[in-house]
Design a protein around this ligand. Sequence first.
Ligand SMILES: [Fe+2]
Length: 483
Amino acid sequence: MGNAEFRADRHPSESYEDILERDTRTIPDHLRQGPTRNLGEEGIPVTNYFDPTFFHKEVRHVWLKVWQWACREEDIPNAGDVFVYENVGKSLIVSRQKDGSIKAFYNSCLHRGRKLVDECGHRSTFRCKYHGLAWDSDGSFKHNPIKWDFPQFEGKDMSLPEVRVETWGGFVFINFDPAAKPLMHYLKPLADHFDRYDFANRYKAAHVSKIVPCNWKVMAEAFMESHHTIVTHPQLAPFLGDVNSQYDALSDYVTRQFTATGVVSPTLADRNFGDIDILKAMEAAGGSHVSGGHSDKDGVSKKVNNARDTPDAPMTLEQGVTARMYACEVTRKSLGDEDGWDYSQVSDAEIIDALLYNVFPHMSFWAGYAPNVVYRWRPNGLDPDTSIMDVIILKRVPKQGPRPKPVTEHRLGLGEDWSSSPMIGALGPVFEQDMENLPEVQTGLKSSGTGVVHFSLYSEMRIRLMHKLIAQMIAEGEAKVGV
Ligand SMILES: [Fe+2]
């Protein structure tokens, strides 16, 4: 795949690094520009998004091999708490043990295969509702009410088969592959960068999910570049460095995109937008997924209103204060007011920018100190044409405690808008704009006259890398099984 650093042409406007240079606090090293990859210009077959044979290979050689977060540790705080995690047609029981550790078992009775646990909750015993065979929450066999008729079980290990479990940042990860390398092999550059954000001491303030009629990659790709904003989210352009975002490939598995907030899009360069125009646009957007106020219901509106003496008065900024500086300062204050932590020395970027890290193949974690958005995309069961998106918002546990209880997942119905969930506030309308594209992409792919899609060299490098890795895993997996 080649690790040599490569510098593709960038948008001719100022770079994300140029914007950082004007910022008001010390810039942490990990936010500096990282490596890129030259992954070529080849088209990618459209069949990768809907062909059942390709999907089957993807399940076998990718989904059953990769680490994936199943839940948060806070979802199963006490011994006997269970979380049912399902993906690609497989169901798992993620179970908190008496010693505080976490195990995950295939959710399937060893007798006739019925799921042992139907839903999340508390189960000190996993008793099958079909014939009553039962296991302890550590997976050891407990009871068979029809034991007399099963000589084949005598003297056999009847423990529930386990899958690998590891944790990071308060997330519980599972891996179906017993031979998988440790989680940190895949996560490392991200884990190093996120040390300062201490995700273990954040709590799940929002969790909304939805089934969307498109392949899981179509959905993931909608959140892996910022230049769709120009057309899909035009309301964001007055305060978003969209086409001049920074994209880095930190490893094969960890990539990221940095998009500045509080600066005007280079695509509006001829419009002479001033700082007040930027603030007004932020106010009109009511906060967004690209602002420090992204999870705050009142969002940027409330903050921008602070630039006025009264709600109806014209906005003003002190001499030398830019919209970005102003938005950062009010966000620092509102975050501190909310959780009691001191944000006075935190860099502007970590307060207000969209700092999205992705972990192959399907997870995205926002860095920084504002409430952190976490995305997860995965197939909807074994259907290549539909997928599930989860959106989580993590907030910092208040300095004086106590640790707030995490919310439970709110699954939106097919006809329900993201906006209908108050949990994600101003993110909702932006997601709706994204979602309008996705079913049309899925059907459009099937109508392709060329048979391929194209990715741009730099801004869509991360998407191309995802496809390269999938192709590589499938090729290696197929070679092993001798197909
Ligand atoms: Fe979007």
